[in-house]
Design a protein around this ligand. Structure first.
Ligand code: AMP
Length: 625
């Protein structure tokens, strides 16, 4: 048997037997609601092993995880071919592939010749049929029974994508791979993780399929919990807090749980770093109330949900010594520098996605972290995973993701062909070149074939024969009026440069977004800032000029010089505006865990534009050109 097949099957067998054994063991203990929410196919048909196995399974063999990863990445080209074959074999009977005339062929040439490159828009009507209850094999060989809602924060509205067992397995594989490498550099000794994670509301689609965000589908799974436990990553907070109906109440209780278990907390994490920053900004407001709760062992009346109150009361006992200690720690901090380190003396690191649109939060996160290292998490999407961070010591700004060649078939469209090229010519995983940027295409077992994930990545090296990618930005241009082209990254750099001027006034940008205003000729860029306090008019005017000058794209600069793009406008927002935007997205079914502030608000996003325009307190126009 080919080595890669061995790798693939040993991975699968390992995960499947691991989950199944844990399932047997936990069956009696699982919360009945959670249990009933799992699809029957979640539990595979493997023969039961003895419960003795469990003791072995409970401790994941991290050396083996690394060995298998190394073996697989040494043979990435072959593993890719076999992965493609497996995906096409398993799903060859789907309507989608049948209509493309593959006729059961699984070789690369036929795949490329028959299967078109698509975006989510091309798949929407298939997704709608699935959501409406058509249980025939539409995109995948086996019918889809659960739907994920992608965060939709980049597009303006959540989109439906399939969620199935294969996606769950690859998620666990990614988590375990990066954990194995992380634990080698930063070992944790059992204990708990203060995880700022939140479930979104789950609902049934018209056709009766369970739908929720991908992270919610994951957090609800008992297998997820057992895997996290086996990775010594047991969440401090009970389910009632994670799945509480009110985000603010859940956040408060996460903080409280963290403090109650402060000595046991080994790491602080969230899916995206934004949630951690948001949590500790909230801590600054509520810390005295948290101390009062701990002192008297009585939960504040601001927590109103009966389930969450009941769960928290079980944990809360009067503890004046702990309340005094936290009070002392907080009072001793200067401007909250090193807060996380002080509160959680045994924490080894802070973990979450810190790249891409999360990068603007790094400065604040570092401030709260003090000396604690920041470790950036893996790269993927609701549609499927791409790579794991196997170099945890790299600072988040340099974080890379080694592509796991057995979780999907990956292709890469070179940068110059990404936009407006009718027939881009993607290259394979092992054909990419170091230093080049690409748009990534995913083919996986969740019903995506040559699917444009919408992200730009840069190849910065190879781990064995699999590329290590850096996330660059979303592919879509963010700001463009005529010949100017500015991406999310360009906006981020401009905001960073201008925010440095604010630092002189000891102020910071809490969050930002942008908009292209075409209501008057010529159009102009609008940048919205929420600032933590008052900054002088002079400083803000300077910031506005700096923003305008910082967009160095030749198309922008030349258009500004001849005034075919009007002066950039900086609009300062009332405090709390981004909270209102977050609440708006939560109302649409998004989850805080997957929330990414939209960095550009398009003309069709009326609701967010309204929130922004209703909260502008000052506005400045650039005089930079
Ligand atoms: P979602 O729509 O919620 O599934 O989010 C998926 C998107 O989040 C991806 O397509 C990326 O744009 C972004 N994303 C996910 N992981 C990372 C990462 N490690 N670094 C930067 N961006 C990421």
């Amino acid at each position: 048997m080919a080595q890669s097949t061995l790798v693939q099957s040993s991975y699968s067998n390992f995960f499947r037997s691991f989950f199944f054994t844990l399932f047997l063991y936990l069956q009696s203990a699982i919360h009945p609601v959670l249990y009933s929410s799992l699809s029957p196919s979640t539990f595979r048909k493997e023969s039961p092993r003895s419960v003795n196995m469990l003791e072995k399974m409970e401790e994941i063999n991290l050396d083996r995880v690394i060995e298998e990863f190394e073996a697989m990445t040494r043979d990435a080209g072959r593993v890719q071919k076999e992965t493609l074959k497996r995906i096409l074999d398993e799903n060859g009977n789907s309507e989608y592939l049948q209509n493309l005339g593959l006729d059961g062929r699984t070789d690369l040439e036929s795949f490329r010749a028959c299967v078109p490159i698509v975006t989510h828009k091309d798949l929407e009507h298939y997704m709608q049929r699935i959501a409406d209850g058509d249980s025939s094999p539409i995109l995948t060989g086996r019918p889809i029974t659960t739907i994920s809602l992608s965060s939709g924060t980049t597009q303006g509205k959540p989109k439906y994508v399939p969620f199935n067992d294969e996606l769950f397995d690859t998620t666990m594989q990614i988590y375990q791979t990066s954990f194995a490498f992380r634990n080698r550099d930063y070992p944790i000794e059992g204990g708990k993780v203060l995880q700022f994670i939140y479930g979104s509301k789950q609902f049934k689609t018209k056709g009766g399929l369970a739908a929720g965000t991908a992270t919610t589908n994951l957090f609800r799974s008992s297998q997820y919990k057992s895997t996290m436990k086996a990775m010594q990553s047991h969440c401090c907070s009970p389910d009632e807090v994670i799945f509480g109906p009110d985000f603010q109440q859940s956040l408060y209780c996460h903080l409280l749980c963290g403090l109650l278990y402060r000595d046991e907390v080994q790491s602080v994490s969230s899916t995206f770093a934004h949630s951690i920053v948001h949590a500790f900004r909230t801590f600054e407001q509520v810390w005295e109330e948290l101390c009062t709760d701990i002192r008297y062992g009585v939960l504040t009346s601001r927590i109103t949900g009966p389930c969450i109150r009941a769960a928290m009361s079980k944990l809360l006992k009067p503890d004046p010594a702990l309340a005094d200690l936290i009070q002392e720690k907080c009072s001793g901090l200067i401007n909250w520098y090193g807060l996380i380190q002080e509160l959680f003396p045994n924490a080894k690191y802070i973990y979450g996605i810190m790249t891409g649109s999360m990068q603007p939060y790094l400065k604040k996160l570092r401030h709260y972290a003090g000396e604690l290292p920041l470790l950036s998490a893996d790269y993927g999407a609701s549609e499927g995973w791409v790579g794991a961070n196997v170099n945890p010591k790299l600072p988040p700004e340099l974080a890379t993701f080694a592509v796991l060649p057995n979780i999907g078939y990956f292709e890469f469209i070179p940068l110059k062909e990404c936009i407006n090229t009718l027939e881009p010519k993607p290259v394979g995983l092992t054909e990419v070149k170091v230093g080049q940027e690409y748009e990534i295409l995913v083919t996986n077992s969740a019903g995506f074939y040559r699917y444009r994930l919408g992200d730009m990545v840069k190849v910065v090296g190879f781990h064995n024969s699999t590329p290590e990618l850096q996330f660059i930005c979303r592919r879509n241009l963010l700001l463009t009026i005529n010949i100017d082209k500015n991406t999310e990254k360009d906006l981020q750099l401009a905001v960073e440069a201008a925010a440095n001027l604010l630092a002189e006034d000891k102020r910071e940008v809490v969050d930002f977004t942008s908009h292209v205003d075409l209501s008057k000729e010529p159009g102009h860029y609008v940048i919205f800032w929420e600032i933590n306090g008052e900054a002088s008019d002079d400083t803000l005017k300077e910031c506005c000029n700096c923003l305008d000058r910082s967009f160095v794209d030749a198309g922008y600069v030349s258009s500004r010089k001849v005034n075919t793009i009007a002066p950039l406008e900086l609009r300062v927002l009332r405090r709390g505006t981004f909270q209102k935007i977050l609440d708006h997205y939560l109302g649409l079914g998004a989850a805080v865990s997957q929330f990414k502030t939209p960095r550009c608000v398009g003309p069709s996003n009326d609701a967010v534009l309204r929130i922004l325009s209703e909260n502008v307190i000052k506005s400045y126009f650039s005089s930079a050109f």
